[in-house]
Design a protein around this ligand. Structure first.
Ligand SMILES: [Zn+2]
Length: 105
């Protein structure tokens, strides 16, 4: 991990690499960009604070991949179009649509 190009990464490039770096388990604080960039040091400190808070909230529960998929698809559904909510409701409660015909003659 001593690629000289690391030192000339922009913040944007470095932050794009962050998930990969975190996933690979390297000590990000030793990254050349971290040594030279206060901004990204603060960013990572914030991320670590959030991660630590999450660990304290859910000390034992390891969220399964499934859960994240469900959350993701739930978010996607909401983003797509809230208008569909009305249609869905009609499908769920067809009874409400069917007005009782009690002979209006
Ligand atoms: Zn930076």
């Amino acid at each position: 991990m001593t690629d000289p190009r690391d030192t000339v990464l922009s913040c944007e490039q470095f932050q794009a690499l962050l998930p990969e770096l975190i996933g690979s388990g390297v000590d990000i604080n030793r990254h050349p960009h971290m040594r030279s960039c206060d901004l990204c040091r603060e960013l990572l400190a914030e991320l670590e604070t959030i991660a630590e808070a999450a660990r304290q909230l859910f000390p034992t529960v390891e969220p399964p991949d499934d859960l994240w998929n469900q959350i993701e698809s739930a978010i996607r559904k909401e983003e797509q179009s809230p208008d569909h909510d009305c249609d869905a409701r009609d499908e769920i409660h067809p009874v409400l649509k069917a007005e009782p015909t009690t002979g209006n003659d």
